[in-house]
Design a protein around this ligand. Structure first.
Ligand code: 48N
Length: 316
C-alpha cells in the first residue's frame, strides 16, 4: 500500500495519487507535505531546556504585563467568559486578566444538565449564540445547542484569541485587594492569587505567600457556593460583617424557579461595591435569587450586562 500523504490543501486541489489516503486539512496556503516513508520520518531536533524557556519566558512576561490590569475576571465559566468576550471585543485597549482556579476553564458549562449534553438557552439569549457563531435548533421560545461543549469550546476559543486577554488557569483568587476612599468607603482594587494547589494546602505547608494583581475593576463570576464558589460574595461578607454600618450580607441562593431566576440574575448583574461587579450564579448568593437549573441564557446575558457594568465603572 502506498504511504499515506498529508495534504494541507484547499479541498478542490487534492493531488494525492489515492484520495482514500489523503488527510485533508484546510490549510491557508496550499502545500503538500508528503510522509513518503514513515521509517525515515523525524521531527526537527530540540533541547529540553528550549521547551522550558519557550513556556516560562512567555508565562512570566504575561505575569509581568498583567500584574497591572484594567479588569480582572475571577472565574472562567459561562458568565465570566461571556463578559470577557464582550469586553475584549468592544475595548481592545483594555488589559483583561482571567483567573481560573481549575486547570480546565469552562465551569459548569460542559454539559446541559445531569450529564445530558444538549444545552437549552431561552430567547433572546440566541442573539449571543449568533454573535459567537454557535449553531442551534430553534424551538420557538428557546433554542438548543446540540452539545454544551460546543458552546463552551467556541466561546473559549474566541475569548483566548483576543490579544488583550490572558487566562491564568490553575490559579485561585484567595483574597481581594482593598482601599478606603476619602469618605472611608471600601473599594476593591485588585486580587490576591496563588496556585490553586497552594491555595488548597495552606494548612499543610508553612505560609506560602500569594501573588497580587492590581486593577480598576474586578468582575467576580465564581458560581454558586462551593469550596471555591461565590468567592467574592463571601469575602465581602467577612470584610463588611453583619452589625457594622454598610454591612454586606448574603441572601443565599433560593430554590429552583427558571422563570424568576434567569430574569433576576441578568437584571441584578451590577457593581455590588465600588470596584467589584458580580454576575452569574455568584449573584444568586448575594441577592438570594432563585437558581435556574439547566438553562444557560442568563449566564451568557449576565456576562453581557456585566461587561456594561464594568465599562460604566470606567465611566466610558
Ligand atoms: O460555571 P460556573 O460555576 O459559574 P457561572 O456563574 O459562570 O455559571 C453557572 C452555571 O454553570 C450554572 O451553575 C447553571 C446555570 N446552573 C444553575 C443551577 O441552578 O444549578 O463557573 C465558575 C468558575 C469555575 O470554573 C470555578 O473553578 C471558578 O469560577 N472559580 C474560581 N476561580 C478562581 N478563583 C476562585 N476563588 C474561584 N472560585 C470559583
Amino acid at each position: 500500500m502506498a504511504p499515506p500523504t498529508l495534504v494541507m490543501n484547499r479541498p478542490n486541489t487534492v493531488t494525492a495519487q489515492d484520495k482514500s489516503q489523503v488527510i485533508n486539512l484546510e490549510a491557508g496556503e496550499s502545500s503538500q507535505v508528503s510522509f513518503a516513508d514513515w521509517e525515515k520520518f523525524s521531527f526537527a531536533p530540540i533541547r529540553e531546556s528550549t521547551v522550558s524557556r519557550a513556556m516560562t519566558r512567555r508565562y512570566f512576561a504575561d505575569m509581568d504585563k498583567y500584574t497591572e490590569s484594567d479588569v480582572v475576571i475571577v472565574g472562567a465559566g459561562s458568565a465570566g467568559l461571556s463578559a470577557a468576550y464582550v469586553l475584549a471585543k468592544n475595548r481592545p485597549d483594555l488589559k483583561i486578566a482571567i483567573i481560573e482556579a481549575s486547570v480546565s476553564p469552562g465551569g459548569g458549562c460542559w454539559l446541559g444538565g445531569q450529564l445530558f449534553s444538549a444545552m437549552v438557552l431561552r430567547k433572546p439569549a440566541q442573539l449571543f449564540l449568533d454573535e459567537i457563531e454557535v449553531a442551534y435548533e430553534d424551538e420557538g421560545d428557546y433554542v438548543v445547542v446540540k452539545h454544551a461543549a460546543l458552546f463552551m469550546s467556541t466561546l473559549m476559543s474566541k475569548v483566548l484569541q483576543f490579544p488583550n486577554i490572558k487566562l491564568f488557569n490553575a490559579t485561585a483568587v484567595e483574597d481581594l485587594i482593598t482601599r478606603r476612599d476619602e469618605s472611608g468607603e471600601l473599594r476593591i482594587a485588585g486580587v490576591v492569587t496563588n496556585w490553586t494547589l497552594v491555595a488548597l494546602n495552606h494548612d499543610t505547608q508553612s505560609c506560602m505567600d500569594p501573588n497580587t494583581i492590581n486593577c480598576n475593576v474586578v468582575l467576580s463570576t465564581t458560581g454558586h457556593d462551593g469550596p471555591f464558589g461565590a468567592f467574592s460574595a463571601k469575602r465581602m461578607q467577612s470584610l463588611r460583617p453583619k452589625g457594622t454600618d454598610n454591612s454586606f450580607e448574603l441572601g443565599g441562593m433560593r430554590g429552583l424557579d427558571m422563570n424568576k431566576a434567569e430574569d433576576a440574575i441578568v437584571k441584578g448583574t451590577r457593581e455590588v461595591t465600588p470596584g467589584l461587579v458580580i454576575a452569574g450564579m455568584e449573584l444568586a448568593e448575594v441577592d438570594g435569587s432563585n437558581r435556574m437549573g439547566p438553562t444557560f441564557g442568563a449566564m451568557a446575558l449576565s456576562g453581557v450586562k456585566a461587561a456594561e457594568s464594568v465599562l460604566n465603572v470606567f465611566d466610558l
